[in-house]
Write a protein that binds this ligand. Structure first.
Ligand SMILES: [Zn+2]
Length: 298
């Protein structure tokens, strides 16, 4: 990419991560700011500042990873759950005009999937899907080397008809998300171990061999496997990557998921697919946003 550099910005509910990224995925000048959530104007001002302090003559484009479904046709964030950003502004055009550079925008989980595909756990894969398990459950897919630029809201796949209510502002029921997140794990753990136990403590207890903790994670893993099994039957990926903070549960959830996927996958796909943990950690969103910026150059 001719030594070009771009700015990647990963906008989260609590922090803005920004950095300068080269074509090999190396991050320089990584910066972190608290996300201003008072109003949309405050939020935009915070993003402007995060970009401005990194901007120089070498920067060819800017990419933003946003915690919202994106309408790529209009360049708008459709409905962010945790931050004051909505479809009333043409985000992409607004940023492109302000900084006089090409701008790409993408959903944060899609960005993370793109980064893992190029530089992380899926760098040998041709088709991959990713699920991020944190407070919520995000998804992304790269198909035959191309990032799927649609919603990919895999956390809102219906896995149980009329099942438990979804999380956040989602009014659906039986979606994958309320069965597999860190929030879901904490809720199940608190029923057994008391109100002070969170998802991290649950995973620690499982690591110490506590049978009820292992059983809770096993149940979460089986629901995760149901979701992954459906994704395998749609995309037939080489690899499924699990990221986000709750991926720290590791094989306590991934082994039962693998068992379910082996059973549910069509034509042997469930036995062929590998299910692994993400490798890029918290940098994935920023690096993926940078990749979206590089794509905006072409
Ligand atoms: Zn939902």
């Amino acid at each position: 990419l001719d030594g070009k550099r771009v700015i990647g910005v990963d906008l989260g509910g609590t922090k803005i991560l920004a950095g300068i990224v080269d074509g090999d995925g190396h991050v320089e000048h990584r910066r972190e700011h608290a996300t201003p959530v008072g109003s949309q104007d405050d939020l935009l001002a915070g993003l402007d500042q995060a970009v401005e302090e990194l901007l120089d003559d070498r920067i060819a484009a800017i990419g933003f990873g946003l915690p919202s479904p994106i309408d790529q046709r209009t360049g708008r964030a459709q409905q962010a759950v945790n931050i004051p950003l909505d479809a009333s502004i043409d985000f992409r055009t607004r940023m492109s005009e302000r900084f006089e550079l090409p701008v790409g925008i993408e959903n944060d989980a899609n960005s993370a999937a793109y980064a893992e595909f190029h530089f992380g756990a899926a760098r040998e894969a041709n088709t991959m899907v990713m699920l991020t398990l944190g407070t919520g459950c995000g998804g992304g897919a790269v198909i035959d080397g191309k990032l799927f630029r649609g919603w990919a809201e895999f956390g809102h796949m219906v896995i149980v008809y009329d099942g438990i209510p979804c999380q956040g502002t989602c009014t659906g029921r039986g979606h994958l998300e309320p069965y597999v997140t860190g929030v879901a794990a904490a809720k199940l753990a608190q029923d057994v171990f008391g109100p002070a136990v969170d998802a991290h403590r649950l995973v620690r207890l499982a690591g110490e061999g506590e049978p009820q903790a292992i059983e809770i994670l096993d149940g979460i893993g089986r629901h995760l496997g149901a979701g992954i099994g459906s994704l395998v039957n749609i995309f037939n990926p080489d690899l499924v990557v699990i990221g986000g903070g709750f991926a720290a549960a590791g094989d306590f959830i991934l082994d039962p998921a693998r068992e379910v996927v082996a059973r549910e996958g069509l034509a042997g796909a469930g036995d062929r697919v590998r299910i692994v943990r993400a490798e890029l950690g918290t940098a994935a969103g920023l690096i993926g946003a940078a990749l979206v910026a590089f794509d905006a150059l072409t």
